[in-house]
Design a protein around this ligand. Structure first.
Ligand code: FES
Length: 83
């Protein structure tokens, strides 16, 4: 989320500033990178139920994902609607 905001990417609103309380940083993580991030927490799971665009198996809150060398080449898609 912070990388997207810093790069000025439209579609990542992040109203709550990364507190997992708004779901406006919803993204879809492409395979095989999805399996390289930690599992979805209960808090993130609850927020993903309230996204504007449909939740899929690829859905994550970008504010809960820490990028490392393990996800080099990461591809994510943005929802058509975010707010
Ligand atoms: S920035 Fe609000 S849930 Fe991620």
């Amino acid at each position: 989320m912070q990388a997207a905001i810093g790069a000025g990417i439209d579609g990542i609103v992040a109203e709550c500033g990364g507190q997992a309380m708004c779901a406006t940083c919803h993204i879809y993580v492409e395979s095989p990178w999805a399996d390289k991030f930690p599992s979805i927490s209960e808090e993130e799971d609850e927020m993903l139920d309230d996204t504007v665009s449909p939740r899929t198996e690829a859905s994550r809150l970008s504010c809960q994902l820490v990028v490392s060398d393990d996800v080099d080449g990461l591809i994510v898609r943005l929802p058509e609607e975010q707010v």
